[in-house]
Design a protein around this ligand. Structure first.
Ligand SMILES: Nc1ncnc2c1ncn2[C@@H]1O[C@H](COP(=O)(O)OP(=O)(O)OP(=O)(O)O)[C@@H](O)[C@H]1O
Length: 232
């Protein structure tokens, strides 16, 4: 089976010489929910930005659905960055229209049912939304595209623990099983139940990439316990 994402020897050095990724090689198949786990500054956002075609690696190559990352792959990837893509003056309904105009694969019906599920009012101004409500909106926008690969950068950082459960349920409910989702987070215990695979990234290098079931069987540990061990 062809890999959905293939990263070969990716390194990224920022201006000033800061190394964010070092020789990262990995592949991801279709139909999976993958946790990209790491502490602050470990390189999660950098990896996602490169896969989304928003940043060039210093070395190495990345392919999505067999194509080098570029204009064609941007159409296949829906990225929710850790900073909102919407403007404060917009109403929730304007944000939906904006995405609809911008992305040919945006599904307004899916967006409407997600808004309802997320208890977002289309008439509310984006500037008046709480951090958690804004995250719900960004997630709605990202998941309402019919993409092959979704990448969600810290989608639940701002929501309270009760709402986190609801958001995870939304991800599982609205996710198209032919696609894959990569979710970056350090809130491992809250979210591990939805992962099929996890990638541990530490100081810009892959410390572990395995199926959740394998980790539980091989190590007899939850992903959260494993995370604490790897990053101790
Ligand atoms: N634009 C930039 N210029 C210089 N250094 C950067 C830039 N963006 C990120 N870095 C550095 O690269 C490293 C990796 O950052 P990155 O944002 O990818 O980590 P992260 O795992 O997403 O962190 P967090 O969980 O805090 O969001 C960090 O040391 C960070 O300071």
């Amino acid at each position: 089976m062809e890999n959905l994402l293939q990263a070969r020897n990716i390194s990224k050095v920022y201006g000033g010489g800061r190394k964010a990724l070092h020789d990262v090689s990995l592949s991801i198949g279709s139909g999976k929910i993958i946790g990209l786990l790491g502490t602050n500054g470990s390189g999660k956002s950098t990896f996602m930005k490169i896969a989304a075609g928003l940043m060039q690696p210093s070395k190495g190559s990345m392919e999505i659905a067999g194509m080098p990352v570029g204009l064609e792959t941007k159409a296949e990837v829906s990225f929710m960055p850790d900073r909102p893509l919407t403007e404060g003056w917009m109403k929730v309904s304007d944000a939906i229209e904006y995405f609809r105009d911008f992305f040919a694969d945006f599904d307004p019906d899916k967006a409407r049912s997600m808004l309802e599920f997320m208890m977002l009012n289309p008439e509310d101004r984006v500037s008046t939304l709480s951090k958690g409500m804004n995250e719900r909106l960004q997630l709605t926008l990202a998941l309402s595209r019919n993409a092959k690969l979704y990448m969600l950068d810290e989608p639940i950082g701002g929501v309270d623990p009760v709402a986190r459960g609801k958001i995870l349920d939304a991800i599982v409910k609205f996710y198209n099983e032919d696609s894959s989702i990569i979710i970056s987070t350090h809130l491992v215990s809250d979210i591990e139940r939805i992962f099929d695979e996890v990638i541990f990234i530490r100081d810009g290098e892959i410390a572990m990439h395995d199926e959740v079931e394998n980790i539980r069987i091989k190590h007899g540990k939850s992903i959260d316990e494993m995370f604490k061990e790897v990053y101790a």
